[in-house]
Ligand binder design. Structure first.
Ligand code: SF4
Ligand code: SF4
Length: 162
């Protein structure tokens, strides 16, 4: 389930060059599935780009104040490979937390001070449906991870699974 906390936005287009890719900070939250997809598409070993310790299925990309995949022109190295992490595909909504209850709930909120809000394409039900779909994918990947951990698998073997 996905909870979206925000006032409705009518238009949005990512203006990453203008804000210096403000959303692309180090420590982006990723799932084991994100890590697997990135590792396969780039040939990088997971330990090169992500901390391999998880917090209830949530991992974090490496680096200090900027993402390890951010280019100098603020573009994303993963974009053309089609393997941006689930949360990066949810912009302008950002991660707000996970509630671990009988049902796992993901909380997202429109990012603060985003110069892309009010510009570009009209946002309709399509974006909301996409956010919902991506959020549910995230929740399902967390659930799968927790199930496999419960069966005694290590983080490395879960990430390396087909
Ligand atoms: S979503 Fe907004 S704040 Fe984030 S990179 Fe795009 S324009 Fe910048
Ligand atoms: S993976 Fe790409 S879009 Fe996501 S935070 Fe890093 S540079 Fe930004």
């Amino acid at each position: 389930m996905v909870l979206i906390y925000s006032t409705p936005i009518e238009k949005w287009e990512c203006a990453y060059k203008e804000c210096g890719a403000k959303c692309c900070t180090g420590g982006r939250e990723v799932t084991a599935g994100d890590i697997r997809r990135i590792a396969r598409a780039t040939g990088l070993k997971p330990e090169k780009f992500v901390h391999l310790e998880d917090e209830k299925g949530l991992f974090r990309l490496k680096n200090g104040d900027r993402c390890v995949f951010l280019n100098d022109d603020y573009s994303c190295r993963l974009h053309k490979r089609g393997v941006k992490p689930i949360f990066c595909r949810m912009y302008p909504f950002k991660f707000e937390g996970v509630i671990y209850a009988d049902e796992i709930v993901l909380k997202v909120k429109v990012t603060d001070n985003c110069p892309g809000i009010g510009r570009g394409h009209k946002i309709g039900e399509d974006l909301e449906a996409t956010i919902e779909e991506l959020g549910n994918k995230f929740v399902n990947e967390i659930k799968d991870f927790l199930r496999l951990k419960g069966e005694g698998l290590s983080n490395e073997s879960i990430i390396g699974r087909d």
